[in-house]
Structure formats: structure tokens, C-alpha cells
Design a protein around this ligand. Structure first.
Ligand code: ATR
Length: 327
């Protein structure tokens, strides 16, 4: 495992983290809690120190599980969680969750579930259309002052919002969907993070599993899998995207890697921190090993040629949830 500072503010983290959304039931498929515990322990055993969750993953279940597993290990982990990402039954973001009174309440609830007195990185999960980002940041700055939060993060925010927020209090990390299949951050968000010295954390670094190479058809998804409704997993689009992932897998195999490892190593090479999610200990170990892969120029060029920006078919599928993104 390799370690580096997250942005100019720190903390020091493993260059591959662990995304704990998949540990909650009802997102991709049912998850056995014992298996999820074993997977998280395997992540720590592989040298992963950044554990990323949110209050909404399994309605607090992911945080509770992490709280139990981290007991006695808390000081070795950079623990990240998020607030303000709740959706209504149509999948639309609930308004008003960026208000200072809500931020304080949400943090106390997360600390209780995580069984800790502080979080290392506390993210605004989505921009609240009802509250200026300056007000939300003001509340977070007070929580830093109080010692309950070490660092502040923003998730899925525009370059403009990131700049406004950073002017109130330094932002340590920005988290956005980013992978070979989702390249939008290259336009504005990545450059602004570089300019301001903010660390970049890439969620869904495997294209929600497409780059894992195991999803071949819609039949391979369980009936309650959320991805059944995602544009990239629809008939027509899915065949195209599987063929792209296969091309990545062929290039990866030449290097003695899996497609997932090549996709993660590509992100690490760019200085961003992928946080793949998995229910399986063997996959978490393989993902951690991607941190040590060195990609030469020729492989990088061939990879970029195979999967240029926009190569994937279908939208990301979280547009309704981000309809309020401040551009
Ligand atoms: P998210 O951020 O939504 O969790 P992601 O990290 O892009 O998305 O992809 C997660 C998916 O990739 C999971 O479905 C996971 O499946 P398993 O739980 O079956 O592992 C899959 N995945 C993660 N690591 C993988 C690996 N090394 N090989 C194959 N599939 C992998």
C-alpha cells in the first residue's frame, strides 16, 4: 500500500480507500452483515486506512457496522462520513439539510452510530438548494473548532460552489463520481481542486461495477439491484459498455492485472483517491493491490485510446438527484 496526503491539508491516507455504500442492504443487492464485517477487516488488513460512509447508506446501518468494526482500531483509520444526501420517494434530494441546526444534529447522530467522538472527514453529501453554501460551511467550521470534525469535504459540487465554500473554511477533499467511464470532473472540478490544493476522492471508480468485468447482462443483476434502472445498464447500452470493459480487461491481462485493478491504477496515477466498494474480501485485496501498480506511458496511452471521454453509452443516472447542482 502507498500513502499520501489528501490535498494540501492532510490527513495522510492510503491511495486506495474503501467505499462502504455497498455494505448496506438495498443498494446493489442484499448484503450479509457478517460478510461485510469480514470485508472491512480485509480492507484494513490490506493497509487501507480511508473508510468512507454516509448516514444514508442503509439508513445508518453502514455507519453502525463500521462503528462496531473500528472499536479498538479507531486511531488507525481516517473515517469519512456525509450528511445532507437524503432523497424523497422519487429520488429527489430533500431540501433544507444544509441548515446549521440540521448539520449539528446530523453529526451527533453519526457520531453515535459510529461510536466515536469525532469524524476525520465530514462531507456535505449534496448541495442544499435552500441554504447558501457559506452558511453550511460556517456551521462545519464551528464543528472543526469544537473538535468533532477534523476536516471538511464536499461531494458532487460545482467548481463555483467549491470556490465559495473554500473561501469560508479550507476544504480538504472533494468527492465526485469519476472513472474511465465517467469523465465529467476533468472539465472543471479536477482543475479547481488542483488550483486550491484540495484532495480528490473518486467514488464509483469501477463504473458501478461495469469495470469489474463480472456483469455480462441484465440477468446477472439481482431483482432488487438499483442498477436495473440505471441508463448504462439498459439493453443496448449495456452490451456496448460490457464490450468496452472487455477491451480494458484484455489490456489489463497483458500487464498481469484485472480490469478493476487497471481502472483503479489509472485513477491513482492521476493523484486521485479511488474508493471502490465491494462485498467480497478477495476483491478488496485485489483493489488494494492496485495501489502498487506502476503504469508506463504506453499502457496509459492505449488505455486512453480504448476509453476516451464519452465512450460509454448512457448517462450516469444520478441526474435527478443532482438536478440542483450549482453550475
Ligand atoms: P460504488 O461506488 O457504487 O460502490 P464501484 O466501486 O464503481 O461503485 O463498483 C462497485 C461494484 O464493483 C460492486 O458491485 C462490486 O461487486 P462485489 O460486491 O461483487 O465485489 C464490484 N467490484 C468491486 N471490486 C471488484 C473487483 N476487484 N473485481 C470485480 N468486481 C469488483
Amino acid at each position: 500500500m502507498q500513502y499520501r496526503m489528501l490535498g494540501r491539508q492532510g490527513p495522510t491516507i492510503s491511495v486506495v480507500g474503501f467505499g462502504a455504500m455497498t455494505m448496506a442492504p438495498g443498494i446493489y443487492a442484499d448484503v450479509d452483515q457478517q460478510q461485510a464485517t469480514g470485508t472491512l477487516l480485509a480492507a484494513l488488513g490490506a493497509g487501507i486506512t480511508l473508510v468512507d460512509t454516509a448516514d444514508i447508506y442503509g439508513a445508518g446501518l453502514s455507519e453502525r457496522l463500521i462503528g462496531r468494526v473500528l472499536r479498538g482500531r479507531r486511531d488507525k483509520i481516517v473515517l469519512a462520513t456525509k450528511f445532507g444526501g437524503d432523497q424523497d420517494e422519487r429520488g429527489v434530494l430533500v431540501k433544507g439539510l444544509g441548515r446549521p441546526s440540521y448539520v449539528r444534529k446530523a453529526l451527533d447522530a453519526s457520531l453515535g452510530r459510529l461510536d466515536t467522538d469525532h469524524v476525520d472527514l465530514y462531507y456535505v453529501h449534496r448541495l442544499d438548494p435552500a441554504t447558501p453554501i457559506e452558511e453550511t460551511m460556517g456551521a462545519l467550521a464551528e464543528l472543526v473548532e469544537a473538535g468533532k470534525v477534523r476536516h471538511i469535504g464536499l461531494s458532487e459540487m460545482s467548481a463555483r460552489t467549491i470556490k465559495r465554500a473554500h473561501a469560508v473554511h479550507p476544504v480538504t477533499a472533494v468527492q465526485t463520481e469519476y472513472s474511465l467511464f465517467s469523465r465529467a470532473p476533468e472539465q472543471e472540478v479536477l482543475p479547481v481542486c488542483q488550483e486550491l490544493g484540495i484532495g480528490f476522492v473518486a467514488y464509483s471508480p469501477l463504473g458501478r461495477g461495469l469495470l469489474g468485468g463480472t456483469i455480462r447482462s441484465r440477468e446477472g443483476l439481482e431483482p432488487d439491484d438499483w442498477r436495473r434502472g440505471n441508463p448504462r445498464f439498459q439493453e443496448g447500452n449495456l452490451d456496448h459498455n460490457v464490450a468496452l470493459a472487455d477491451a480494458v480487461a484484455t489490456l489489463a491481462a497483458e500487464q498481469g492485472l484485472s480490469a478493476a485493478q487497471l481502472a483503479l491504477a489509472w485513477l491513482v496515477h492521476q493523484g486521485v483517491v479511488p474508493i471502490p466498494g465491494t462485498r467480497k474480501a478477495e476483491n478488496v485485496r485485489a483493489n488494494a493491490a492496485a495501489a502498487d501498480v506502476r503504469l508506463d506511458k504506453e499502457v496509459l496511452t492505449r488505455l486512453e485510446e480504448l476509453v476516451p471521454p464519452g465512450a460509454v453509452a448512457g448517462e450516469q443516472g444520478n441526474e435527478v438527484y443532482m438536478a440542483n447542482i450549482d453550475t
